[in-house]
Design a protein around this ligand. Structure first.
Ligand SMILES: *Cc1c(COP(=O)(O)O)cnc(C)c1O
Length: 372
C-alpha cells in the first residue's frame, strides 16, 4: 500500500465543482490583485479567529517579515525565539538586521521553554517571537506576562496553528495569533488551512498596527502612489483567496478529521515502547497539523517507511543555531541540547483529513514491524 505524506488530490476531487467555480470566477472577472475574494476571505478569517483585523499577504514568510518590520524587530535589536522551527521564524528578524536570540525548547511541546526566556532579556531586547508548532500553542500566559513586565512586543508565529485556541488563565478560548501584538498564518498547501500555492495573513487587534500592515503590503502606500513607508509588494493572490474561501467553509470538519486520525495513531502506537507520542500541555484546544513521534533509530525507521512506500517528513532535521546562515550569531553544538536531541529523534507521519483508517493502520503496523 502506497501512502503519500500529503496530497491535495483527494480533497480537490471531492469538491471539484466548487473549486473550479471559485477559480473560474476570478479569471472571468480578471480581478487578480486584491480582488473581492481577498476581502471576503479576510472577513472570514476575522470571524473565525476573532481577530479585529486580518490582512492577506503573499506568504507566511512575508507576513512574519512585514510584522517584524512594523514591530521594530530590526537594527541590532534582539528578539527572543526558538532554534527549533522553520527558518522564517528567525529570518524575519535578520531581514532588517535584528538579532535572533535563541532559547531552548520544552521537551514535550517543542515550543519555547518559557522558564528560559527571562535570563536572555537585556536592554537591547525588544520582542519575543513564540511559535505554535505542530499540534499545540506555546504557553501564551507566561509569554504575555513576561512581555508585559519587560515592555516587549510579541509576534506569534501561528503559521501552523490555524484552529488552535489558548484558554489559560483568561478562561476564554482565544485563537492562535490573536493574543499578541501581531499573529501570522501561512496558507502553504500542506497547512491545516492550505491553498493551491503560497499565501499568508497578518492578524492583529490593534487598529494602528492593522492599518500599517495594510499599507506595508502595497509598498507602504496609504493611498495609491502616496508612500508613507518603505513597504513591500506582498498581497494574498485573489485566486488563492477564492480557493481558501471554499476551504474555510469546511475547516471545522477537516480539523475534527485530523483529530480522529491522531487518536487512531495514538491508540495503535501506545504499546510501542520505541516510540514517544505527543503530549499536550496547558489549557488549550489543540489541532493536529502534524503528527510527530519521537522514535528510536529514527533514520533507520525512516528508511523502513520509505521501503514500504510510506511518506514521512522530518521537521526539523537541523536546529537553526546550527545552520550555516546563522553561524555569525556564534552558537555552537551543545548550546540547545533539547532542540538538538529532538531534531535527531523526531519524525512526522502522514495526517490529512482524507487519509483512510486502513492507511493509518498500515502505517502503524509497518512501524511496529520495524521494532520487532
Ligand atoms: C510554514 C511556516 C512558515 C512560513 O510560511 P510560508 O507560507 O511557507 O512562507 C513560517 N513559520 C512556520 C513555523 C511554518 O511552519
Amino acid at each position: 500500500m502506497k501512502v503519500s505524506f500529503y496530497t491535495s488530490q483527494r480533497e480537490y476531487l471531492a469538491k471539484k465543482d466548487e473549486f473550479d467555480r471559485a477559480v473560474q470566477s476570478v479569471i472571468e472577472k480578471g480581478n487578480f490583485i486584491l480582488g473581492e475574494q481577498v476581502a471576503q476571505f479576510e472577513k472570514g478569517i476575522e470571524q473565525y479567529t476573532g481577530a479585529r483585523y486580518a490582512i492577506g499577504v503573499a506568504s507566511g514568510t512575508d507576513a512574519l517579515t512585514i510584522a517584524s518590520d512594523i514591530l521594530g524587530f530590526k537594527d541590532g535589536k534582539e528578539v527572543i525565539t526558538s532554534p527549533f522551527t522553520f527558518l522564517a521564524s528567525a529570518s524575519c528578524i535578520t531581514k532588517h538586521k535584528g538579532r535572533p536570540v535563541f532559547v531552548d525548547i520544552d521537551e514535550e511541546t517543542f515550543a519555547l521553554d518559557v522558564n528560559k526566556i527571562e535570563e536572555k532579556i537585556n536592554p537591547q531586547t525588544v520582542g519575543i517571537l513564540p511559535i505554535h508548532l505542530f499540534d499545540q500553542m506555546a504557553d501564551m500566559d507566561r509569554i504575555m506576562d513576561i512581555a508585559q513586565n519587560h515592555q516587549l512586543r510579541v509576534l506569534e508565529d501561528a503559521a501552523e496553528a490555524f484552529g488552535m485556541r489558548w484558554k489559560g488563565k483568561s478562561g476564554q478560548y482565544r485563537h492562535a495569533g490573536t493574543i499578541a501584538d501581531f499573529g501570522v498564518f501561512s496558507f502553504f498547501p500542506t497547512k491545516t488551512l492550505g491553498g493551491y500555492g503560497d499565501g499568508g495573513m497578518i492578524v492583529t487587534n490593534d487598529e494602528e498596527l492593522g492599518r500599517k500592515a495594510k499599507y506595508y503590503r502595497v509598498h507602504g502606500a496609504s493611498k495609491k502612489y502616496h508612500y508613507d513607508f518603505i513597504g513591500y509588494n506582498s498581497r494574498l493572490d485573489t485566486l488563492q483567496a477564492a480557493i481558501l474561501n471554499v476551504k474555510l467553509k469546511y475547516i471545522d470538519d477537516a480539523i475534527s478529521k485530523r483529530e480522529k486520525i491522531a487518536k487512531q495513531y495514538i491508540e495503535c502506537l501506545s504499546d510501542c515502547e520505541a516510540v514517544t507520542l505527543p503530549t499536550l500541555k496547558g489549557d488549550q484546544k489543540q489541532v493536529y497539523y502534524v503528527f510527530n513521534i519521537l522514535a528510536k533509530n529514527r533514520d533507520q525507521l525512516a528508511e523502513h517507511l520509505a521501503k514500504n512506500e510510506i511518506g514521512y517528513s522530518i521537521y526539523y532535521p537541523r536546529p537553526l543555531h546550527l545552520q550555516p546562515c546563522f553561524s555569525y550569531l556564534g552558537y555552537a553544538k551543545g548550546d540547545f541540547p533539547v532542540a538538538e536531541r529532538v531534531s535527531e529523534n523526531i519524525i512526522a507521519l502522514p495526517i490529512y483529513p482524507e487519509i483512510t483508517t486502513d492507511e493509518v493502520e498500515f502505517i502503524c503496523k509497518t512501524i511496529k514491524s520495524f521494532y520487532k
